[in-house]
Write a protein that binds this ligand. Structure first.
Ligand code: ADP
Ligand code: MG
Length: 263
């Protein structure tokens, strides 16, 4: 496997373990995959297979008793596992954004939508408060929130679940990231809202051209949004293929089982 300029992220033999009462639990056990520039790759697998720990490892957000114990994470050819914490903060602020499953726990309940999205503009673009709110309104428009001039001054509890997830996406996009990691972004939402959020993400990718890692336990989401997919099982990638190949010609028995369990 070689890295070229068309690969934005190249994860090589990533290993992350949890150390509890002298036991080592290998949550991520030698994971490798590539994200081609401008593409969406899915990571699919059942609960506990290591999807979230993989993404948190990429962003170096693993905390005790967890630890990245091996491998490389090449972002534009540079191993980010070797960066200082200060450099890492920059990467998280400018290059790689993440959105999580449950927007209510990730949004701050005591700040308005505009204060939260605006913070990114104030910090990264050194904008004043007024300018930041203006740009926040633009972001709310971008993610399809109706009456953005009113919503920007509201608190998270005043929004529906679907709207909160749109706000999370707006926050993640405020720094204009090159890579977006979405960890089960629609799992906590109603089915109709799920479809709308997936539609939004596809549309944003078309317009902004970023690369996306879409983490999900749902092969339907993969079929809908992804170009390539890594299937995880017990901390390992058991299959990596284009979505077309995976659905037409699955090679690993676990993948075959997953496909057979589709309704
Ligand atoms: P997924 O996102 O695929 O549902 P995770 O990546 O969250 O799964 O977790 C993978 C595995 O990592 C779990 O099955 C568990 O063994 C281990 N793990 C995750 N978090 C912790 C923790 N805080 N302490 C100990 N083990 C953990
Ligand atoms: Mg998870």
């Amino acid at each position: 496997m070689s890295t070229n300029s068309e690969t934005i992220l190249d994860v090589r033999n990533l290993q992350t373990s949890f150390f509890t009462s002298e036991l080592e639990v290998k949550a991520v056990d030698g994971v490798s995959f590539k994200v081609p520039k401008g593409k969406t790759i899915g990571i699919v697998g059942e609960s506990g297979s290591g999807k979230s720990i993989t993404s948190l490892s990429i962003l170096r957000l693993i905390q005790n008793p967890g630890k990245v114990v091996g491998g490389e994470v090449l972002f534009n050819g540079e191993n980010i596992l070797e960066k200082s914490e200060a450099q890492m903060r920059k990467i998280r602020g400018n290059d790689i954004s993440m959105i999580f499953q449950e927007p209510m726990t990730s949004l701050n309940p005591v700040y308005t939508v505009g204060q939260q999205i605006g913070e990114a503009f104030q910090i990264h673009e050194k904008l004043g408060k007024k300018e930041a709110i203006k740009k926040s309104i633009d972001m709310l428009k971008l993610v399809g929130i109706p009456s953005p001039e009113k919503r920007v001054h509201q608190y998270p509890f005043e929004l529906s679940g679907g709207m909160r997830q749109r706000v999370m996406i707006a926050m993640a996009l405020a720094c204009n990231p090159k890579l977006l990691i979405a960890d089960e972004p629609t799992t906590a939402l109603d089915v109709t809202i799920q479809a709308q959020i997936l539609e939004l993400m596809k549309d944003l990718q078309d317009r902004l051209g970023m690369s996306i890692i879409m983490i999900t336990h749902d092969l339907g989401v993969v079929a809908e949004t992804c170009d390539y997919v890594a299937v995880m099982y017990c901390g390992k990638v058991v299959e990596y293929a284009s979505v077309k190949d995976l659905f037409n010609n699955p090679r690993h028995p676990y993948t075959v089982g997953l496909l057979n369990s589709l309704p």
